[in-house]
Design a protein around this ligand. Structure first.
Ligand code: ADP
Length: 439
């Protein structure tokens, strides 16, 4: 028991003893006891009143003077109150600093509650979205920024990737929107003006597309003349090697221009829903393997196993280009006589998988994150000498993303590589009865 309780008990028993002694010496013990209880009640009533006046007086006044349990209660409460004010001050400082830093940000920042109602926004958001703190605080974000894409984005609740919207204030501007969940059921919405960045990207894409297009015609003319020269029986023997070299380089440049045009088309053109048809992947895989065998000068063993009853909803030309790139790479990067396995199958969860595996040179793990970047080559001499353009896997990645698919790569240097194109079940079509096609 704490010391203060002893003081309280001494006081109580002292009063009772005094009442008993008074009653014993003068008689009328009941009156004496009543007087003792009254003194006790008055003390506690008086202390309660002090407490009530102290609490009612608002913040941070020194506690009233008292002794016994009441003194302890006043002191303990005062300590708690001091701790509470200190924490409140610290939190207030953190919130002030957060608001000051976000207020200074060039991006529009909004704090939203769990239902995406606006709790706070900075000056940039006010400008970008034409908000007013008097009118718009507490309003739903999708009511203020009227855009079906934003409403769908908020409803889906998947905020890993930002989305890009046309500004509702100025149609010529594009805004990227990122939602960051934080705390318990709150969100930070960041709006960034990406108009300039998108314009630069579009300019770069247009430049590459135009340059490639312009290069195509002179290249065709050059290739025509060089082919005629090569076929000319009167060509001096010392010209055979240079002309063959010219033919090879022309061929390389044509492939490069072709791949550049294909890539810029995939990047700039929105996927056309009209061009999506059921594609017979087994027939396509078998055709690609036949074509690859014809081009293969090093006698690889290329095999295809395909589940004929399964197809894909997609753009045939794009899928052909992606799958052929993978098969040609497997041949290009495995030694003479190597084995290449090509399969088309369904996973248990319904996903479609087009897989190309080789037992070739393999890829070190450190290169794997970069191999789908354009012109990324692990061994540039080897890639070029084998006729690669450095754009094949970038094309594959774009085609897959246009088909809702993903590229998975596993590889072991010196052992070989496996490239897996994984398509969602919604893209897969399954026919009732057909056998497994093998070539
Ligand atoms: P390239 O035209 O040079 O083949 P890609 O974009 O198709 O360009 O491939 C990028 C790089 O990835 C290649 O240069 C090569 O180093 C590596 N690569 C691609 N496929 C394979 C494979 N099957 N085995 C080993 N390395 C590969």
């Amino acid at each position: 028991m704490r010391r203060t309780w002893f003081a309280e008990l001494y006081f109580f028993f002292g009063l009772v003893l005094a009442a008993l002694l008074g009653g014993w010496s003068t008689g009328g013990i009941a009156w004496w006891l009543l007087a003792a209880v009254t003194i006790l009640m008055v003390r506690h009533g008086w202390q309660l009143r002090k407490l009530e006046r102290w609490l009612g007086s608002g913040r941070q006044r020194n506690p009233p003077e008292s002794w016994g349990v009441w003194g302890q209660v006043f002191d303990d409460y005062f300590r708690l109150q001091k701790r509470y004010y200190k924490r409140k001050k610290r939190l207030g400082k953190v919130i002030r600093e957060f608001r000051e830093s976000t207020a200074a940000m060039p991006d529009g920042s909004l704090v939203l509650d769990g239902q995406f109602h606006i709790l706070w926004f900075n000056a940039a958001a006010e400008r970008m979205l034409r908000l007013s703190s008097k009118r718009d605080l507490g309003q739903s974000l999708s009511n203020l920024v009227r855009n079906p894409r934003l409403s769908a984005y908020l409803a889906a609740g998947e905020f890993e990737q930002p989305i890009v919207l046309r500004s509702s204030v100025d149609e010529t501007r594009s805004l990227s929107v990122r939602i960051i969940p934080y705390g318990s059921n709150q969100y930070l919405a960041l709006f960034r003006d990406v108009t300039r960045m998108l314009r630069l990207q579009a300019m770069r894409r247009d430049f590459v597309a135009n340059a490639s297009h312009e290069l195509r015609s002179p290249l065709t003319v050059l290739a025509g003349y060089i082919d005629s020269l090569a076929d000319d029986p009167g060509l001096g023997i010392h010209w055979h090697k240079p002309v063959a070299e010219m033919q090879q380089q022309c061929q390389r440049m044509s492939s490069l221009v072709g791949d550049l045009l294909e890539l810029s088309r995939l990047e700039t053109e929105e996927p056309d829903p009209e061009a999506i048809d059921p594609v017979d992947v087994s027939a396509m895989g078998a055709r690609i393997v036949r074509e690859a065998r014809l081009q293969d000068a090093e006698d690889h063993q290329v095999e295809f196993h395909g589940l004929a009853e399964a197809g894909l909803l997609g753009v045939e030309r794009e899928l052909h280009s992606a799958f052929a790139n993978l098969v040609l790479n497997a041949i290009r990067y495995s030694g003479s006589g190597g084995t290449v396995q090509v399969t088309w199958r369904l996973e248990d969860n319904g996903q479609g998988v087009f897989e190309v595996s080789d037992n070739g040179i393999g890829i070190e793990e450190k290169h794997l994150p970069f191999i789908t970047q354009r012109f990324y080559r692990i061994d540039s001499g080897r890639g070029r000498s084998k006729g690669g353009t450095g754009l094949g896997l970038a094309i594959v990645k774009h085609v897959l993303s246009r088909h809702g698919g993903l590229l998975e790569v596993s590889s072991e240097p010196g052992q070989g590589s496996t490239f897996r194109c994984v398509f969602p079940a919604e893209r897969v079509t399954v026919e009732a009865t057909r056998d497994i096609a093998q070539t």
